[in-house]
Design a protein around this ligand. Structure first.
Ligand SMILES: [Zn+2]
Length: 484
């Protein structure tokens, strides 16, 4: 009898929970975004194309240190100044730490905080081998501008300037002050450029309304049960660290090996690290992302994600196995990337060395992860962290006018694409700006294939000419929505 009562009670509870989850799902409705007031501005695509070609032809390769001759950056800036006469007629130019530059266009309403539009002038090197056209020729082929920096990120810089140039040509004047902040060493962490600009602005007592930089992406929503494209806006950056694992053992001839070799011990450690993943967790940006996307999902996905608090363990497990992209949203990733041993095939290596590349989720620290790796690798392996590591960035607010304006702009310009915050998994200059505002956003307004995305930092980097039209409209409309 008692057993029956318990059985029925449990069943009742289960049914109640199910009903609760169903009701929650049914009550989650899509937000109303009204795009009716948007009329696309005409864009002179030939002009934008030619501006980008000219920019790509100036080889602004990152300097390895700031004392090197960087006069190429002055050539590049002179090119921008010639190409955007309306902006430059009203902008105040400030050089920071020699080659970083701020162009400030004053707004008429001093009560509004300025906004900052970021882009980096520098590009990674491009040895000619393997390129279909010389990497700094800016040649157009099959509708694409080829060249180093065409994607990363001169296209964004050019369209960001183009958008304002057009509005000024229309005879309009911004209410909000706009700062175009262009660092010159983003590809080497931005410490000479973006960090110095940020320090300079802090020293002047500047606070910013928002910052926009490269990052984010436009994806097909079908992997999350969404029948539309999704535009992801980076609201934080994952941390970055390279951990070096070292095993020292006696070397010698490999015809009479010792019981354990340095390579054997290192390999075992690497294997264990790959196997023992960091635990999954929900971070704020990941929760924000699913909260924004859930209303647009099909019923099954929606039920699961609206009730992610109840289904949390199951959901984290599913996300961690479904794809590398969803896996890296819910955990710190550890990727063994390099190993080295003896110099010849018939020698025992006195030192075996390996590298584990790590991208840290919000809430974890590089020191904490180092301890974790050390514990798994065991006492025979020495673990250290390479210079250049950084902890995860702070997380930007999304309940802000700037974020809403950014989402609306995306929906307007990209015909209803769904904007959502997410943790950006690469690095950009934006991380240096958190002392100036809580609204640091990363979005690249170009649709591209995964294959084209993979050309960044690789061979045959290219940007489609057609994509520059919506890119320019994106910035133009963002300025209209936030600065005019
Ligand atoms: Zn970049």
């Amino acid at each position: 009898m008692v057993g029956k009562i318990i059985g029925f009670s449990l069943l009742g509870l289960f049914v109640a929970l199910l009903l609760f989850m169903l009701l929650r799902t049914l009550l989650t409705k899509k937000p109303n975004i009204d795009n009716a007031s948007y009329t696309p501005h005409d864009i002179d695509l030939d002009r934008v194309r030619d501006h980008l070609i000219g920019a790509v032809q100036i080889p602004t390769v990152t300097l390895s240190d700031n004392d090197q001759d960087g006069s190429i950056f002055y050539t590049y800036q002179a090119y921008l100044e010639k190409s955007y006469p309306k902006i430059m007629a009203v902008a105040e130019k400030t050089l920071v730490n020699k080659y970083a530059v701020i162009y400030t266009v004053k707004g008429t309403d001093e009560s509004l905080l300025p906004c900052a539009i970021l882009a980096h002038q520098d590009v990674v090197p491009a040895p000619e081998e393997g390129w279909e056209v010389p990497p700094f020729s800016g040649q157009v082929k099959d509708g694409y501008i080829y060249g180093r920096g065409s994607q990363d990120m001169k296209s964004q810089m050019i369209t960001a300037l183009e958008g304002l140039e057009i509005l000024l040509e229309d005879g309009r004047t911004p209410k909000r002050t706009m700062m175009f902040c262009f660092g010159h060493d983003e590809e080497l962490r931005g410490t000479y450029g973006a960090l110095e600009i940020s320090k300079y602005l802090q020293s002047k007592g500047v606070r910013l309304e928002y910052v926009i930089d490269e990052g984010g992406t436009i994806l097909d929503g079908s992997i999350l049960g969404i029948n539309n494209k999704i535009a992801l806006i980076g609201t934080c950056e994952k941390g970055y660290a390279d951990y070096v694992l070292e095993v020292e053992k006696d070397g010698g001839h490999s015809s009479a090996p010792t019981r354990r070799t340095s390579v054997g011990i290192l390999s075992e450690a690497m294997y264990k690290i790959e196997k023992h993943k960091r635990p999954t967790s929900w971070t704020k940006p990941t929760k924000d992302m699913f909260k924004a996307l859930a209303p647009h999902m099909n019923f099954g996905f929606k039920l699961a994600l609206v009730n992610r608090d109840i289904l949390s363990p199951l959901l984290k497990y599913v996300l961690s196995i479904v794809s590398p992209f969803t896996n890296c949203l819910v955990r710190t990733t550890l990727a063994p990337t390099q190993t080295s041993g003896a110099h010849t095939p018939n020698t025992l290596a006195p030192v075996a060395r390996g590298n584990v590349n790590c991208r840290l989720n919000t809430g974890e620290t590089t020191a904490e992860v180092q301890k974790y790796i050390q514990k798994i690798a065991g006492k025979n392996v020495k673990v250290s962290v390479l210079e250049g590591y950084c902890d995860p960035s702070p997380v930007s607010d999304i309940d802000t006018d700037a974020f809403r304006a950014l989402s609306k702009t995306i929906s307007e310009v990209f015909d209803g694409y769904i904007a959502a915050p997410y943790p950006f998994i690469a690095a950009s200059d934006a991380k240096h700006y958190y002392n100036l505002t809580n609204c640091v956003y990363r979005f690249t307004p170009f649709e591209k294939s995964i294959e084209d995305g993979n050309r960044i930092h690789g061979m045959n980097e290219r940007q489609s000419v057609a994509s520059l039209e919506l890119g320019t409209r994106f910035f133009l409309r963002l300025y209209e929505n936030t600065c005019f």
